[in-house]
Design a protein around this ligand. Structure first.
Ligand code: HXC
Length: 537
């Protein structure tokens, strides 16, 4: 229908001075009243939020979107203009992030504590429906006391609707959640179902039951921060993916992540301008000097990653959690990629229950949104110990395999140093589906490390040596050296085609770039008609 000019509405006369004469109702007064309500509401929001050290929902939208790009929908939905109520406790609309359209819902704590009732639920679901129609990402700015208590189960129902929509959108459009205030009770599952959760150091809380309930139920006394603050969820629980210094930092991270992702799963990620420079050759050379010859010596895999990615720019995800693995976004010759790497600086880069889940979830994210995955391997394997076995390393470690084996994006893997046992196979090996696999000359690929292997396969020889009263440690060392020389290398993998080439570290970036260019036309295939696999969870 298009927008009707007031002057075109039958019965309305717009006079020369702009005044409106309407036979049925005082339109101008209504418009003015609505504008006044909106202004008062924001003034109220400023005074309430600033007193708590928080921005208002609208101030946050200003930070999230390119200047002047926000278009609000349903401004007064759920309000009562005559009764003086400006609208619901959530703002919905669309804006642009680096020139691309994004849908947003921002909870407004200054209205009923940002709580969610029927009007809010309907607004959020309508927004999500539009985002799915438009195939654009959805960002949630969360700041809410949860289900509106006065509305009872009607409020809970709305959460059910949002959960269902979030699941529908999952893997189709990127969904980011920023926790900029409280997020309590079952409401936490709104962000939990999205791709990334971004929290702030202060004023950011998530818990299923708050400190009072915890105290009543278990007798434990704990603060909001220690129970579910930004630091705890970024370092201990792994619920969150980024810890913002403040709201501006958190929102900036969301904008950055969106820049690496396509608007939906049908599109490729955006490409960026990249011009090779002379400095690239110097950077490539540095790769040869990072990994120490001594395989017991740690190093920072971030140095390797930065030498491989354009301009050394790497945006980590879950930087503070399960730090024996590193995951994040970067670009190779202008094209976004996901990087997965073991971190020898932390527990020798071991795979434990947490780092397994960190890797698996990130690979799934990349695969959903068409980002090739570059895997850099240097790990002694899965972590031994009853704590890991009892924490479910079988079930949780299996997620890494499931993620790689089902990934249909280009997968390029480089073995930097250690790739022992199951970890060699699960970290993007050719056997589970990688497209191109490379090894550095320092690669140590084997079923077990030398000493562990010798202890098993030469148990009888070692026993005999001991019984004969000879130096058993000397024999073990000799056998281990022998095993290391003959077996712990990339030869067998090269001979069986599991590794495509041994490359000089200096060639790594080039090998990856060429592989990605070759694999650019890799297409998704649907081989069966099954509904979905039964992923280990
Ligand atoms: C209605 C709420 C509300 C809620 C806050 N308010 N939460 N109104 N329903 N859930 C109102 C307050 O009455 C107050 O109104 C205003 O919002 C600001 O709240 P304050 O308590 O003054 O703010 P603050 O001191 O910052 O404390 C924030 C808070 C606290 C920690 C979030 O408000 C709180 O504990 N709220 C209840 C949390 C809760 O139990 N929610 C239900 C969770 S269960 P006035 O008019 O005084 O300004 C849930 C289930 C979801 O969400 C299920 C999904 C399956």
């Amino acid at each position: 229908q298009g927008v009707k000019h007031l002057a075109d509405v039958p019965g309305v006369v717009v006079k020369g001075d702009g005044a409106v004469e309407d036979g049925r109702q005082p339109i101008r007064a209504a418009v003015a009243r609505a504008a006044e309500l909106a202004r008062d509401a924001e003034e109220r929001a400023v005074s309430r939020q600033h007193a708590k050290g928080k921005r208002t929902a609208r101030e946050r939208l200003d930070l999230l979107f390119d200047a002047g790009s926000f278009i609000e929908i349903g401004r007064f939905a759920g309000g009562d203009i005559n009764g003086g109520k400006a609208g619901a406790a959530v703002i919905t609309g669309f804006g642009e992030v680096y020139g691309r359209k994004v849908a947003v819902y921002a909870q407004d704590f200054s209205v009923n504590g940002g709580s969610l009732g029927r009007a809010e639920g309907e607004k959020v679901c309508r927004l999500m429906d539009r985002a799915l129609d438009l195939k654009i990402p959805i960002v949630a700015l969360i700041d809410s006391g949860g289900a509106r208590i006065q509305e009872g189960v009607a409020a809970l129902t709305e959460y059910g609707h949002i959960f269902r929509k979030t699941c529908e959108a999952s893997g189709f459009v990127p969904q980011l959640s920023l926790i900029l205030g409280p997020c309590a009770g079952g409401a936490v599952y709104c962000p939990a179902l999205t791709d990334l959760i971004i929290m702030t150091r202060e004023n950011s809380n998530m818990f299923v039951t708050g400190p009072d309930v915890v105290k009543a139920a278990t007798g434990e006394t704990i603060s909001m921060e220690d129970l579910g603050g930004g630091t705890v969820h970024n370092t201990v629980s792994g619920v969150a993916h980024y810890l913002g210094e403040d709201e501006a930092d958190a929102i900036d991270y969301a904008r950055t992540v969106l820049a690496y992702l396509p608007s939906n799963s049908d599109e490729n990620p955006p490409a960026f301008a990249y011009a090779a420079t002379r400095a690239d050759r110097e950077t490539a050379k540095r790769l040869a000097t990072i990994v120490p010859d001594n395989d017991r010596q740690p190093y920072d895999v971030l140095d390797v990653i930065r030498c491989i990615l354009d301009y050394g720019e790497f945006v980590q995800v879950q930087e503070l959690f399960a730090r024996s693995a590193v995951v994040g976004f970067g670009c190779v010759e202008g094209h976004p990629v996901g990087v997965v790497a073991n971190q020898p600086n932390v527990n020798a880069g071991i795979l434990d229950v947490d780092s397994s889940e960190k890797v698996a979830r990130f690979v799934r994210l990349c695969d959903a949104f068409n980002l090739p995955v570059i895997t850099l391997v240097d790990t002694p394997g899965y972590k031994p110990g009853s704590d890991q076995e009892h924490a479910g390393i079988i079930r949780r470690g299996a997620k890494v395999i499931y993620a790689y084996a089902n990934a249909q994006v280009p997968l390029v893997t480089v073995v930097l140093r250690k790739a022992f046992g199951g970890a060699y196979i699960v970290m993007g090996s050719k056997a589970i589906g990688a497209d191109m696999n490379f090894a550095w000359p320092s690669s140590q690929i084997a079923v077990l490390g030398a000493t562990g292997a010798v202890n098993i396969i030469h148990r009888k020889d070692l026993q005999k040596e001991k019984e004969a009263g000879r130096d058993v440690d000397a024999l073990r060392r000799r056998l281990a050296d022998d095993y290391e020389r003959t077996t712990v290398n990339a030869n067998l993998s090269l001979e069986t085609g599991q590794i495509d080439a041994m490359i000089d570290p200096e060639q790594t970036r080039q090998a990856i770039a060429e592989s990605l260019a070759m694999l650019a036309s890799k297409r998704r295939v649907r081989r069966t008609t099954k509904h979905h696999g039964n992923q280990p969870l």
